[in-house]
Design a protein around this ligand. Structure first.
Ligand code: DX5
Ligand code: ZN
Length: 220
């Protein structure tokens, strides 16, 4: 049985206070922090890079779940390994050599994740599944927090869960984008077990209470 994990997204936090924001996340009881890396090319927005992640590492023991929205992310595998990333998740759409890039992530000692955009079919994942620790199904088009959940993506979550069962594998299935107390349960029912949430958690001052609301919605 896979464990359920809430992964607060630091993208929605106060960037001038990463250390205290990480502490706030830790106090909610969440074990993961989701860290969005955006290069202004693969997605229009720019966030931050491996050096910032390395600085965060000094202030937190949370699992660093790094989601790279970057062209040719294989260029940054060593940098993220050295920065202390635990999971490095890369887009099939971002490189011509997704298989080799995932191998490189594993060889660098990190957990490897693969992610697909809403417009990408799950079939591209098939040859990668035995290689990876996590599949991320985007439930918005990547680039910004605070967008509306795309319900059609749930079919892809269910399809990946089925592929996992057929192959007898045990990777995590994560969802990212528009996850809140009204959408999280459907994600879980479709087969997801890691739930990224940004704006829903950080819009309220009491982060721990928001995490609690998500857990309640999960168990409803
Ligand atoms: C979007 C990012 C998400 C983002 C989610 O491109 O990958 O991780 O932080 O934010 P919300 O939860 O606000 O949709
Ligand atoms: Zn993300």
């Amino acid at each position: 049985m896979t464990t359920l994990k809430i992964a607060p997204s630091i993208l929605a936090a106060d960037y001038a206070n990463f250390a205290s924001e990480l502490a706030r996340i830790e106090e909610t009881g969440a074990k993961y922090v989701h860290i969005d890396i955006m290069d202004g090319q693969f997605v229009p927005n720019i966030s931050f890079g491996a050096d910032v992640v390395a600085s965060m590492r000094k202030h937190s023991k949370l699992v660093f779940d790094c989601h790279l929205m970057v062209i040719n992310p294989e260029r940054y595998v060593d940098a993220f390994a050295q920065a202390g990333a635990d999971i490095m998740t890369i887009h099939t759409e971002s490189t011509l050599h997704i298989h080799g890039a995932l191998q490189k992530i594993k060889a660098a000692g990190m957990k490897a994740g693969v992610v697909i955009n809403p417009g990408t079919p799950v079939t591209v994942l098939e040859p990668l599944l035995s290689l990876i620790d996590q599949v991320l199904i985007m439930t918005v088009n990547p680039g910004f927090g605070g967008q509306a959940f795309i319900p059609e993506c749930l079919e892809k979550v269910a399809a990946v869960a089925k592929m996992r069962d057929v192959k007898g594998l045990s990777f995590d299935i994560e969802v990212d984008g528009g996850v809140d107390d009204t959408t999280i349960r459907a994600c879980y029912q479709a087969g997801a077990n890691v739930f990224v949430a940004g704006s829903y958690l950080f819009k309220a001052s009491d982060l721990a209470n928001q995490v609690k609301n998500l857990r309640t919605a999960l168990n409803a």
